[in-house]
Design a protein around this ligand. Structure first.
Ligand code: SF4
Length: 461
C-alpha cells in the first residue's frame, strides 16, 4: 500500500477525524452507492446506526451532525462550517432530510439515527450501518462502514477483499517503503533525503508544481485556522462551558511584546497559542486540516508556525519539506500501527502527531535522515501509553491542552536529535511496534469511549 501525503493531511471540519470527518464521508459515499445501484430515486427512507466508539462518544464528537450532513450530500472538505448549525436546525424542525441535496424524505432523528450504546461490530470499534428503503418499507440497499482513523473509511467489502491495500499498491510508486528501515535504506541507496524521496513518489499522482501548490494550500488552511482561533472568543459548544483561551493569550502576547525579551521562554507561549487556537477551532466545528487526526490537529500547525515565525532563515521550501517529512512519518504509523484512538488510545493521535512534527522540524532545520528518524522516535517514545479519556466525550479536555504538550515535546525531540549524530538505541520501527502492542493491551475504557480516566473522575458541570 502506498499512501500519498494528502492521505495524511486532509482539509475537513472539527471536531473529530474518525467521528466527524469519517462518518460524513461514509454517508456521502452511501449516496454514491445508492446511485450506482440505481435505487437513489426510489429511496424514501434512510436509517443509520452507530456502533462502538461512534455510539459512545458520537454525540460529543458531532457524529450525528456529520452523518446528517453526509446524507444531505455534504463533503467534509467543501462544507461551510458557518452554515452547519442552521442546516441541522432546519432538518430537525422540518423532520425532513434533503437526500443528496436532491429530494426530500421524512426524517425523525430519534428513530432514523440510532446510537447503539454498548454494541460493537467485530472488525473495528468505529462502525456504522446505513440502510435505504422504498415507499413500501422494502430494503433497497445496505452498507456497513468503518471509520478507521484520520478520516479514512472502509466499507464492509473493502475490509473483506483488500483492507487498506485498496488505496494503492506498493509498486505504484518508484520508491516504496513499508517501514522506517526500508525508508532509510531507499534514501541511502538512491542518495535522497526523505523529503526528496517522498516527492519523487508523489510524482506518481501529480506534477511537482501541483504538489507544491497543494502542500502550500494545506499550510494556508492551517495558518488561517491559527489566525481564526486567535480571534474567536466565547464558550465552546457541547455543555462543558469551557471558555476559549487562545484569543486572550494572543492579546497578552501582542500587547506587551517587550516582555518577551525578558522571558526567553515566551516562545513556548506562542507555540501553546498556535496549538490551542487550532484545537479550539476544531472543538467549535471549524475548518481544520486533519493532521493526522482532528483531535491532534493542533500539533503539526503549531510546530510549523514555530518554524515559520521563530526559526532563522525559515522559508517556503522548508515548509514543503516539513509537511512532506511529517506525512512520510505518518504513513509508517498508518501502515504498521494505527492513528485511531478507538484502537490504540491517544498515543495514536497526539503521539503520532508529535512524532510527525518532531521529524518534520528536524528535517526543515537541516537534520540528516538518521536524525529525522531519531526525532520521530523520541516524539513517540515519550507518548507511549497515552490514553484517550475525553470528558463528556468532547474533544476539549484533555485534548486542547494536550496539543500544546505534543507541540512542545515535538520541538524538544527535534532539538535533542539535532544535537546528536543520528545514532540511537531505539529505532522508530521498534517504537511504532511498541505503540501498537501497547494499544492492543490498553483497556477499552481508555480508547475513545469516555468510560475511563478523566472522563469519569471529573464532574461534568
Ligand atoms: S484524548 Fe487524545 S485521542 Fe482522545 S479525543 Fe482527545 S485528543 Fe483525541
Amino acid at each position: 500500500m502506498s499512501l500519498s501525503v494528502f492521505d495524511l493531511f486532509k482539509i475537513g471540519v472539527g471536531p473529530s477525524s474518525s467521528h466527524t470527518v469519517g462518518p460524513m464521508w461514509a454517508a456521502y459515499r452511501f449516496l454514491d452507492e445508492l446511485r450506482q445501484a440505481g435505487v437513489f430515486a426510489q429511496t424514501k427512507e434512510v436509517k443509520a446506526a452507530l456502533f462502538g466508539s461512534l455510539a459512545m462518544t458520537g454525540q460529543g464528537h458531532a457524529t450525528d451532525t456529520a452523518v446528517l450532513l453526509g446524507l444531505m450530500g455534504e463533503r467534509p472538505d467543501l462544507t461551510d462550517p458557518d452554515q452547519i448549525q442552521q442546516r441541522i436546525e432546519q432538518l430537525r424542525q422540518s423532520q425532513t432530510l434533503q437526500l443528496g441535496g436532491e429530494h426530500s424524505i421524512p426524517f425523525d432523528e430519534a428513530s432514523h439515527l440510532q446510537f447503539m450504546f454498548g454494541q460493537s461490530l467485530p472488525k473495528h470499534p468505529n462502525a456504522m450501518q446505513l440502510r435505504a428503503f422504498d415507499e413500501a418499507g422494502i430494503q433497497l440497499y445496505q452498507q456497513t462502514y468503518y471509520s478507521v482513523g484520520g478520516g479514512f473509511v472502509l466499507s464492509e467489502p473493502e475490509t473483506e477483499n483488500a483492507g487498506d491495500d485498496r488505496l494503492r499498491r506498493d509498486d505504484d510508486v518508484p520508491y516504496p517503503f513499508r517501514n522506517a528501515a526500508e525508508l532509510l535504506q531507499q534514501c541511502k541507496t538512491h542518495g535522497l533525503s526523505i523529503a526528496a524521496l517522498v516527492m519523487e513518489n508523489e510524482k506518481t499522482w501529480r506534477s511537482p508544481e501541483q504538489y507544491r501548490t497543494e502542500v502550500l494550500q494545506i499550510w494556508q488552511v492551517m495558518d488561517a485556522c491559527i489566525r481564526r482561533g486567535c480571534r474567536e472568543t466565547g464558550v465552546l459548544p457541547g455543555g462543558l462551558n469551557l471558555k476559549r483561551r487562545a484569543a486572550k493569550l494572543y492579546t497578552e502576547l501582542t500587547e506587551r511584546p517587550e516582555a518577551g525579551f525578558k522571558d526567553q521562554l515566551t516562545v513556548m507561549d506562542w507555540v501553546n497559542l498556535y496549538a490551542m487556537a487550532v484545537n479550539e477551532e476544531n472543538a467549535a466545528g471549524g475548518r481544520v486540516v486533519t493532521a493526522p487526526t482532528n483531535g491532534a490537529a493542533g500539533v503539526i500547525p503549531a510546530v510549523l508556525a514555530y518554524y515559520d515565525r521563530f526559526v532563522p532563515h525559515s522559508n517556503e521550501q522548508g515548509i514543503i519539506t516539513f509537511l512532506t517529512v511529517a506525512a512520510a512519518i505518518g504513513m509508517l504509523y498508518k501502515r504498521n500501527a494505527s492513528i485511531s484512538a478507538a484502537e490504540v488510545g491517544c498515543q495514536g493521535e497526539i503521539g503520532v502527531a508529535c512524532s510527525m512534527a518532531a521529524g518534520a522540524l528536524c528535517a526543515a532545520m537541516g537534520g540528516s535522515n538518521e536524525q529525522i528518524e531519531n526525532a520521530a522516535e523520541i516524539g513517540m517514545e515519550h507518548n507511549l501509553g497515552l490514553t484517550c479519556d475525553p470528558i463528556k466525550g468532547l474533544v476539549q479536555v484533555p485534548c486542547i491542552e494536550r496539543n500544546t504538550m505534543g507541540a512542545i515535546k515535538a520541538i524538544n525531540a527535534a532539538r535533542l536529535a539535532l544535537r546528536g549524530t543520528g545514532e540511537h538505541h531505539v529505532s522508530l520501527d521498534s517504537v511504532i511496534e511498541t505503540m501498537r502492542q501497547t494499544g492492543v493491551d490498553m483497556q477499552d475504557k481508555y480508547k475513545e469511549t469516555a468510560t475511563g480516566g478523566l472522563a469519569v473522575n471529573v464532574v461534568n458541570c
